[in-house]
Design a protein. Sequence first.
Length: 247
Amino acid sequence: MSAVDAKGRRVLVTGSSRGIGKAIALQLAEAGFDIAVHCRGNIDQARAVAEQVEALGRRSWILQFDVADRAAAERVLTEHLESEGAFYGVVCNAGITRDNAFPAMSGEDWDSVIHTNLDGFYNVLRPLVMPMVSARRGGRIVTLSSIAGLAGNRGQVNYSATKAGLIGATKALALELGKRHITVNCVAPGIIETDMIDDVFAAEAKKMIPLRRFGQTEEVASLVGYLMSDQASYITRQVISVNGGML
């Protein structure tokens, strides 16, 4: 997508202070979008990303709130809307894991993952959708699920439940917003290389991947960037997995 296509379009990327979210924010900035960088806690990391966005010639804002906190999300997003107007696009990337075998999984670990990963979809998008509709210029929504939401994963019953739920929510919202020319799609990454992957896990995990390597954050970001572009205007209600052939 060219910068001309994206001129004046603003996108919120939740969880964009690091990892996949950061890569998405920078990919979209390179494509010409203005970016609202979101973080929950580490505002210094968010500031660093915002500075990189601005170095690419785009405007940036930092929005700090916990996506699991409905009141805080609504307050911060409403204030931003009053100042800057409706977003053109939203990327729902923020999420957490609390892994354990199901019999040993605490209620707190279940609830925290549900509230962040699934309730976060509602808490972020609910204040933003009607302004997007009222703006009458179409739009883009991309959610981040996971291969765990498509196939399940041992030790991640809570996480898999939320990521599968996001797929259903994405498909339903796409039906509601299609006539408004707002596309809603889901990207489901497989194993993406981060500094959290240890060597023992890496050696075993690569055996499950036909391409015999982990994905890069930029490879996920490139797909999100395409789904945000004008070229993807006839793609909606889809789930696309970036997983090296695992599924």
